[in-house]
Design a protein around this ligand. Structure first.
Ligand SMILES: NC(=O)c1ccc[n+]([C@@H]2O[C@H](COP(=O)([O-])OP(=O)(O)OC[C@H]3O[C@@H](n4cnc5c(N)ncnc54)[C@H](O)[C@@H]3O)[C@@H](O)[C@H]2O)c1
Ligand SMILES: [Zn+2]
Ligand SMILES: [Zn+2]
Length: 393
């Protein structure tokens, strides 16, 4: 089959790789019909390169049709339509039973010190073949895939794999009441969807992002866009609109690709030049630590407010402004989304005739898999109004 593979720092290519097959009796093989390109994939492209191997198949946001089922699978049959969550979670361990699917104890990567395996996401997360491919092997088939009805276009359901539950969790973690103020940093797909979900819940939403067309998308849903020329200016503006108090919550939907931490950027460049053996521990400890957005979040939140971190950071963030956080009594919540914890609630919303969250017009580009290498480049460069890409393998 054809699949998007990692070939080196900043290099993806579409290659012929072996078709996946049923390895365990509770596996299925899914023929992928749409597969998203995520901001998290950009971390593999560069900062997480030391954890990648040439030929790794990437991608973790698929919808498709069940092609083959293992002999123990009872709830799915060939021809069923499914969305596959990005966490590889068993659905029956203690963590899964407590709604913490991204910490699944069956697939946790103990030797790496990380949580549940993820599709297409480096040695740190199990090196599981990913979903930007024609076919995908999916384990735990009676519990992991989300069965969705035939009929509506893929775009109606595909974001259940990642964008929707991730944004949903970020808003839940922000712990807001109707009428409260939320500042969303970053208007990529995740920040955008956080804003839409919060607006639907009657929250007043401000959004910051350096890319104007991304701001336009969220403002169409009623978010108030803050056009500022520096982080200091953003903080001043937030204080002005919140009577000097700060936002009740801030969602950091930027993560380690943040613009604006020059020291950290040069650090990442230095690490990038080292051999993997040396770079891996450095990446963990010193990390890429591009913390501009997180610092901004902490400055802009009100005292007693909540910072909800959904953007992914590498390294344990040594240079955190811990004293300021402590002094301000900030609640900080974060983590990979527990997709299956939220997916039933979200699916109910998606099954309504009205497209409340605008999912059917959410993707800006639908591209053949063969165009993936250029799409990675353009998505990172934010060329051509590209916000969300769905590949059609
Ligand atoms: N927690 C999870 O489960 C989960 C799931 C999916 C994605 N993510 C993470 O969420 C983050 C966003 O993902 P995405 O797909 O929207 O990616 P993206 O890269 O398209 O979006 C990031 C946005 O942040 C903006 N930005 C950069 N620096 C900024 C700054 N200093 N201030 C304000 N905005 C700034 C960029 O212009 C961009 O629009 C990534 O770190 C991704 O890895 C986390
Ligand atoms: Zn994703
Ligand atoms: Zn589990």
């Amino acid at each position: 089959m054809r699949a998007v593979t990692w070939q080196g720092k900043g290099r993806m290519s579409v290659e012929d790789v072996p078709d996946p097959w049923i390895q365990d009796p509770d596996d299925i093989v899914v023929r992928v019909t749409s597969s998203g390109l995520c901001g998290s994939d950009l971390h593999l492209y560069e900062p997480l390169a030391p954890f990648m191997e040439v030929g790794d198949v990437v991608g973790h946001e698929p919808i498709g049709v069940v092609e083959e089922v293992g002999r123990d699978v009872t709830s799915l049959r060939p021809g069923d339509r499914v969305v596959v969550p990005f966490n590889v979670s068993c659905g029956r361990c203690w963590m899964c039973a407590h709604g913490l699917h991204s910490q699944c104890e069956t697939t946790q990567n103990v030797e790496q010190g990380t949580g549940a395996s993820l599709f297409g996401y480096s040695k740190l997360y199990g090196q599981v073949p990913g979903a930007q491919a024609e076919y995908l092997r999916v384990p735990f088939a009676d519990r992991l895939p989300i069965k969705v009805p035939d009929g509506p276009p893929d775009d109606r359901f595909v974001f259940l794999s990642d964008v929707l539950p991730t944004a949903w969790q970020a808003v839940e973690y922000a712990a807001l009441q109707p009428g409260d103020t939320l500042l969303v940093l970053g208007a990529g797909p995740i920040g955008d969807m956080c804003a839409r979900i919060a607006l639907m819940r009657g929250i007043r939403v401000f959004v910051v992002d350096p890319v104007p067309e991304r701001l336009q998308r969220v403002s169409a849903y009623g978010a108030e866009v803050l056009v500022t020329d520096s982080d200091a200016d953003t903080v001043t503006t937030v204080l002005e609109v919140t009577r000097g108090r700060g936002a009740d919550a801030v969602i950091d939907a930027v993560g380690m690709e943040a613009h604006g931490s020059p020291a950290a950027e040069s650090m990442a460049k230095v690490v990038g030049l080292l051999p993997d053996r040396v770079a891996q521990p450095l990446m963990r400890r010193a990390g890429v630590d591009r913390l501009a957005a997180l610092h901004l979040a902490i400055q802009a939140v009100r005292r007693g407010g909540t910072v909800s971190v959904v953007g992914v950071y590498g390294g344990p963030m040594d240079p955190m402004p811990l004293m300021e956080m402590f002094d301000k009594q900030v609640q900080l919540r974060m983590g990979q989304a527990n997709v299956r914890r939220w997916s039933d609630d979200i699916l109910a919303l998606l099954l309504e005739p009205t497209d409340h969250l605008g999912v059917e017009s959410f993707a800006t580009h639908h591209l053949p898999l063969e165009e993936a290498p250029a799409a990675y480049h353009d998505f990172r460069a934010k060329n051509d109004g590209m916000v969300k890409v769905l590949f059609r393998p």
